[in-house]
Design a protein around this ligand. Structure first.
Ligand code: CP
Ligand code: NVA
Length: 310
């Protein structure tokens, strides 16, 4: 089997991740057309700017045809079972990519596709409650472009330990980095999660309730929204619970001199980050956002052919 599903960063080894990052920096034409004439279903149960556009462009650059679909149109388990949707779409598409509320939906799509004889379709996670691997590949690409060799460098994540943070921690550890996490207790990684992370790559992961300690000496400082999609009703409660965890200039001053500020976007200035930081000279958020397309193209090309021509 030469195809690979893309549900989590940990579906890939460290050397495969490096191959994908290398592919992302190659001229588009050099990748050939691994999706030549193929369909790619892009299904969104939640809104998106970066993921939709970067994936549509990546599919087109690889010779394929993206079909954007709103979640309610296919209706996972409301209009018909996830399994039926997966089996039908596998007859039209070489890629079924989905942004879902429940990560189990992706697992069920994989099982449905794999149950078909001679299936060649891959399933790609475009953000679930658990993880955001396409974001993590762009994050790693951006850090490598800005910081050079990543091994032994330190990445700090301040905020909500959620999908983006989990995938960032995984890819950073796999690439040999030190990971420092700081979250309010109610939004922190639990002991089992920290133990799981400690078994990945460098295994060098520490969590602290003091964000300034996490940022001290870090080469990249990341955050994400305090109010993820679907949590809008909790906005004011969350703002209070995250008090003290905004990335501001004072916090950035504790990081390494040439540290970069990163955010997957969309960002809420005055919540998780102050405007002077995200709009300031250390911020690389637009390079990071643009890298979503290059990373997506590389991930799709690699997953389609398992890297044999990478
Ligand atoms: N970072 C990210 O996934 O952005 P979108 O929600 O706009 O796709
Ligand atoms: N944690 C955020 C990421 C958005 C890209 C969310 O789940 O909404």
């Amino acid at each position: 089997m030469t195809r690979r599903h893309v549900l989590d960063v940990t579906d890939f080894t460290a050397s495969e991740i490096v191959s994908i990052l290398d592919l992302a920096e190659r001229p588009i034409e050099s990748l050939g057309r691994p999706l030549d004439g193929a369909g790619a279903a892009l299904i969104f149960e939640k809104p998106s700017n970066r993921t939709r556009h970067s994936m549509e462009m990546a599919v087109a650059q690889l010779g394929g045809h993206p079909v954007y679909t709103r979640g309610e149109e296919v209706g996972f388990d409301t209009r018909e079972p996830v399994e039926d949707i997966g089996k039908i779409m596998a007859g039209y598409h070489q890629v079924i990519a989905a942004r879902v509320f429940d990560h189990a939906t992706l697992d069920r799509l994989v099982a449905a596709v794999d149950s078909l004889d001679g299936a060649s379709t891959i399933v790609v996670n475009m953000l679930s409650d658990r993880s955001h691997p396409l974001q993590a590949f762009a994050d790693a690409l951006t850090m490598r472009q800005r910081l050079g060799e990543l091994e032994s460098k330190t990445v700090a994540y301040i905020g909500d330990y959620n999908n983006v943070a989990r995938s960032l921690a995984e890819i950073s550890l796999l690439l040999g980095m030190k990971v420092r996490i700081s979250c309010p207790p109610a939004f922190a990684a639990d002991e089992a999660e920290l133990e799981r992370l400690s078994l990945i790559g460098s295994g060098d992961v520490l969590q602290t309730a003091r964000p300034h300690d996490a940022v001290a000496g870090a080469h990249a400082v990341h955050t994400d929204t305090w109010v993820s999609m679907g949590q809008e009703a909790e906005k004011e409660v969350r703002r209070r619970m995250f008090e003290g965890f905004a990335v501001d200039a004072a916090m950035m001053s504790l990081a390494a001199d040439d540290a970069v500020f990163m955010h997957c976007l969309p960002a809420y200035r005055g919540f998780e980050v102050t405007a002077d930081v995200i709009d300031g000279p250390q911020s690389v958020v637009f390079q990071q956002g643009h890298n979503r397309m290059h990373a997506a193209r590389a991930v799709l090309a690699f997953a389609r052919r398992n890297g044999e021509r990478a």
